[in-house]
Design a protein around this ligand. Structure first.
Ligand code: G6P
Length: 347
């Protein structure tokens, strides 16, 4: 069944592999619920999107997608910060809460705050019997089956698949459809892990890893850094690539590892320029891209996609695999990282 590791050494590895199917399944939503969810969203005076950890990174992508394709303005609030940031809601506001478990205390607190101010609550959950689902006016389900590994993997890509569906509806199908290609893209990355394993070997003794990306790739830089901290116990930091010159460039030297998330989209050339600046300081540059470039010391290939907005779903997978491989290289248990819990039900 679903909560069996099967042939895999760890749940985390199984769940990374599950994504071949789960990214497609997440898209299968009950039509009436989807319509209700989108109607509440479209008629809101103001929209706040919240979540914790990985689910907060989905919130950042959602905000970006709504702005770019729906011309809809939304604010993101980390659930742990919501008590200080959600004071301006009223009965015309909507809070969108994203949570795999639906039981994270910080998230439930933000929902309580929103309801006290008369706002509507929408949610994206994986556990449909959860407190969050029950507290919501409408919820969408990521449908990806139980996620056992403490670090979120398939629930994150499931959340993204739903966010893309909602955005596509709100922009009247302005996104290219390539659901089937998704599954193939994920499959290809998983089948060709040699380059990722090579990078993990190189990084085994690294004390600092930086991940850079622009636009939609910035939340993925944050998510990749979170995976590396959780699974491999290494200091990792996600940085918006354009901010390099405003400070982080001072950190670049020999022995620094920098992962550039750089598929061939509108951000490509600017991020390549950043890669040159970093390389000139002697750092090791790893490129995650559908296009090889001489500036990369190591290239992790991802498939080319017709719809550039979908890259986050495929580019996060090599980062999950990298964190998993690095955990193994360091003899850490990838399923149960020290000091962390799958669902944090305390404040
Ligand atoms: C915990 C987990 C994280 C997760 C976060 C939010 O901190 O260790 O991996 O991203 O909770 O969980 P949720 O169930 O609300 O998505």
């Amino acid at each position: 069944g679903d909560i069996d590791k099967g042939k895999y050494a760890h749940y985390t590895l199984k769940e990374i592999n599950d994504q071949r199917l789960t990214v497609v399944h997440a898209g299968r939503q009950d039509e009436a619920t989807m319509e209700k969810f989108c109607n509440i969203l479209a008629s809101a005076k103001d929209i706040y999107i919240t979540g914790s950890g990985t689910s907060y990174h989905s919130a950042l992508i959602f905000k970006h997608m709504l702005a770019r394709f729906g011309k809809i303005r939304a604010e993101t609030v980390m659930s742990s910060e919501s008590q200080y940031a959600l004071a301006s809601m009223d009965s015309n506001s909507v809070l969108v809460a994203i949570s795999q478990s639906g039981e994270t205390a910080d998230v439930l607190d933000s929902v309580r705050l929103a309801k006290n101010q008369g706002a509507n609550v929408l949610s994206i959950v994986n556990v449909t019997t959860s407190s969050l689902a029950r507290a919501s006016d409408a919820y969408l389900s990521t449908n990806c089956g139980p996620e056992i590994g403490v670090a979120a993997t398939k629930s994150f890509t499931g959340q993204l698949a739903l966010i893309y569906n909602v955005t596509d509806r709100l922009c009247k199908n302005c996104l290219e459809t390539e659901k089937a290609e998704f599954a193939v893209a994920v499959e290809n990355i998983i089948a060709n892990q040699a380059s990722i394993i090579k990078v993990a070997e190189q990084m085994k003794d690294a004390s600092d890893i930086y991940l850079l990306g622009r636009s939609l790739h910035y939340p993925i830089a944050l998510e990749g850094a979170l995976k590396l901290k959780e699974l491999a116990y290494v200091h990792a930091e996600g940085i918006a690539a354009g901010e390099l010159k405003h400070g982080p460039l001072a950190l670049m030297e020999k022995n620094t590892f920098v992962i550039m998330i750089n598929p061939r989209d509108a951000t490509f050339n600017d991020t390549i320029s950043n890669a040159h600046e970093i390389k000139a300081r002697g750092a090791t540059v790893i490129g995650i891209s559908d296009r090889k470039d001489d500036v990369y010391d190591y290239w992790i290939e991802i498939p080319h996609l017709k719809e550039e907005a979908y890259y986050p779903i495929v580019e996060v997978i090599p980062l999950q695999i990298l964190a998993y491989q690095l955990a193994l290289a360091k003899n850490a248990d990838p399923d149960y990282p020290r000091n962390l819990a799958k669902s944090v039900t305390v404040r």
